[in-house]
Each structure stands twice: as structure tokens, then as C-alpha cells.
Write a protein that binds this ligand. Structure first.
Ligand SMILES: Nc1ncnc2c1ncn2[C@@H]1O[C@H](COP(=O)(O)OP(=O)(O)O)[C@@H](O)[C@H]1O
Ligand SMILES: [Mg+2]
Length: 343
């Protein structure tokens, strides 16, 4: 058994040049020095607000954007060193499921045609076997056999997402980049699609990069979680630890509910949330100096405005980039912050 990670992202940075009319061009740092690994048969969850760089990381892995620094290694091969033409084997091994299947599925193709095309591209086979495979794929993703002849507009959002998943499975991939695959679905459908992804992972030994903006969604599918803020990882570690005792104040902000039993802790959580909401998300073109989260953080002091925190161990296998980890863990937020903001 190969115990090397299936994918490793090493110090990845991605810049976009924005043309700016009169003033020439500016550089937007969408991803900065991001490192993580995805183990075989496991899921790495990537979470962060809109604009934090999640899709850009997914697109760099898929070779849809060019990194400005760092390496991506898939199963021992350096993806970032491939030339212009992506090797066929890599195009088959790494598949993607996007948020909105209505724009990623061809509206003029039935489910069976879409799946057949995916099979033909990478695994040509005799017609009889092909028909059996299509039926099997439809069954694998929990669709009914009569839906093979349906067009995307004749299906519900959840069913369309099942077709997108079946299309990814059709080529027998090893890694699927799931970029907000349930964000457009209602809550009960979200749970069904997530359960499907988990079942398929067990059955086929798949690895996932699972991207979402909601931490509660990510933790249900992920073995490890990375939290992104303005292009940088601010916390990374085992999913249950990151979720249950988040080290970084930003991580807690991403949870749908912050209700806790202890009223003192609850008061701190409420203050954290108010501050994070009150101060807006800064522009990635002009991130605040020091810790980029300092403008939205009740724990921030002058040091946080001067120095950029690096990821460091915060216990139980978690790494967090916060200069005030000890204070945060002890539970005594900076008293001046709210007065400052209220004044
Ligand atoms: N092709 C592009 N050209 C210029 N800027 C881009 C491009 N793609 C993404 N960005 C910018 O990079 C940042 C990260 O975007 P993205 O990775 O899509 O974030 P997320 O998926 O977390 O919402 C955003 O500020 C976005 O506007
Ligand atoms: Mg995105």
C-alpha cells in the first residue's frame, strides 16, 4: 500500500494581473503560500468566505489556472511541471463537480448521452458493455433507470448534481474536486448529495477536495479541514478538532450556529461574531497589514496589526496562524476593541 499522499499542494501562490486602464495593471494575490495534502481515499475540506481563493486552488489542481509559485504533486508526478498539454491519464484521474450543474451539463443532451460521452473519452468499450456501464452509473448515484432519457431541465437540482457526479465517476477517477457541490441545493437535498459522495468514496476509494463556504457542511464529509482567509490558510487539521475546538477566531465565524452551553463562552462567541460582521471583508487587492483578519477580530491587538502570523501547532494535530492563540484559548478577548468600534 502506497502511503504517500495522493495529492500534495506545496507553497502554492496564484496571482491575477488586473488591467487597470490608465494606471497599467495591478496584481491580485488570490492564493498565498498554501500547503496541504490529500490522502488516498480521504477528503480534504476547504472552507472560507466567498473570494477567499477556494476555487482558484481547485482550478490550479485541475490546471485551469497557472500558479505563480509553489508545486502541486499528484501521485508522485509534478502537475506544475507538465507542459502545455495535460497528460491524458491525469485528465482522467482528476475530475470536477461544480456548484451549478445547469451550466456544467449540456442542456441538449440526455443523461445517457452525457455519461456515454464521458466513457467514450477515456474508456472506449463495446456498445453492450457501454450501455450496461451507463445503467450502472445511473444506479450508483441513486437515479432511476427511466431518468436516463431525461434532459437537465427535466430534473431537479439535486438530480442534476447526481448526473454531474455520475459523469465524473464514468471515467473512474481517483480524485474529484468538488467545488461547492451542494451550495445551490436546499438543505435536505444537500444532506442526500453529501451522503452519496461519502458512500461513493467508500465504494470506490475516491479522494475528494471538498470546497464550501459553510464549515458545518464541510465537516460532515472531511477527514481534514483547511480554513482560508484572503488567500491564506489560517487553520488546518483533523476535521472534528477544527470544528469542535476551533483555534482561530475566523474558523468559529464560519459556523452556522455558535450556541454553546457555557454563558461566558457564549458571550465571547457573540462578541466575536458581531465584530466579524460589523467590519467588512477587506479587498484582496489591499489586505490589511499584519494579520489580515485583524480588522474583524475581537482578539486583535497592536501586534496583530504589525506582524503576519505563521501557521503553528495549536495542539491535537491542528495548526493555526494567530498571534494570540494563548489569549484566545484562555478566553479573554481584547477589551478595547468593542469600545473602539462603538466610540
Ligand atoms: N480569473 C480571474 N481574474 C482575476 N481575478 C480573479 C480570477 N479568478 C478569481 N479572481 C479573484 O481571486 C479571488 C479568489 O477567488 P476565488 O478563488 O473564486 O474565491 P472563492 O472560490 O473562495 O469564492 C477573488 O478576489 C476573485 O475576485
Ligand atoms: Mg468559488
Amino acid at each position: 500500500m502506497n502511503d504517500q499522499p495522493l495529492l500534495s499542494v506545496e507553497h502554492l501562490s496564484v496571482d491575477f494581473r488586473l488591467r487597470d486602464g490608465l494606471f497599467g495593471s495591478r496584481t491580485l494575490s488570490a492564493v498565498r503560500d498554501v500547503s496541504f495534502t490529500i490522502e488516498r481515499g480521504k477528503t480534504f475540506g476547504l472552507v472560507g468566505e466567498s473570494g477567499s481563493g477556494k476555487s482558484t486552488i481547485g482550478r490550479a489542481i485541475l490546471r485551469l489556472v497557472q500558479p505563480s509559485a509553489g508545486r502541486i504533486v499528484f501521485d508522485g508526478q509534478e502537475v506544475t511541471a507538465f507542459g502545455r498539454a495535460t497528460p491524458l491519464a491525469f485528465r482522467r484521474d482528476v475530475q470536477v463537480v461544480f456548484q451549478d450543474p445547469i451550466s456544467s451539463l449540456n442542456p441538449r443532451q440526455t443523461v445517457a448521452t452525457t455519461l456515454g460521452q464521458a466513457i467514450d473519452r477515456h474508456r472506449p468499450m463495446p456498445a453492450r458493455q457501454r450501455a450496461r456501464e451507463i445503467a450502472q452509473l445511473i444506479d450508483n448515484v441513486g437515479l432511476a433507470s427511466y431518468q436516463a432519457g431525461r434532459y437537465p431541465h427535466e430534473l431537479s437540482g439535486g438530480q442534476r448534481q447526481r448526473v454531474a457526479i455520475a459523469r465524473a465517476l464514468a471515467v473512474q477517477p481517483r480524485l474529484i474536486v468538488c467545488d461547492e457541490p451542494v451550495s445551490a441545493l436546499d438543505v435536505s437535498t444537500q444532506a442526500q448529495v453529501i451522503n452519496l459522495l461519502v458512500d461513493l468514496q467508500r465504494e470506490f476509494g475516491l479522494s475528494y477536495l471538498f470546497i464550501a463556504h459553510n464549515l458545518d457542511v464541510v465537516r460532515h464529509v472531511s477527514h481534514r479541514i483547511g480554513v482560508l482567509y484572503l488567500g491564506r490558510l489560517v487553520e488546518v487539521g483533523p476535521a472534528n478538532v477544527v470544528h469542535e475546538r476551533s483555534s482561530h477566531p475566523y474558523t468559529r465565524m464560519l459556523m452556522a450556529s455558535t450556541l454553546v452551553a457555557d454563558p461566558e463562552v457564549q458571550a465571547i462567541r457573540s462578541r466575536e461574531r458581531r465584530q466579524a460582521i460589523r467590519a467588512e471583508l477587506p479587498s484582496p487587492l489591499a489586505p490589511p497589514p499584519g494579520c489580515a483578519f485583524n480588522t474583524r477580530c475581537v482578539w486583535a491587538d497592536t501586534g496583530c496589526r504589525a506582524r503576519m502570523p505563521q501557521l503553528e501547532d495549536s495542539g491535537d494535530g491542528v495548526q493555526a496562524a494567530c498571534l494570540r492563540l494563548t489569549a484566545v484559548a484562555a478566553g479573554a478577548p481584547n477589551q478595547t476593541r468593542e469600545e473602539e468600534v462603538i466610540a
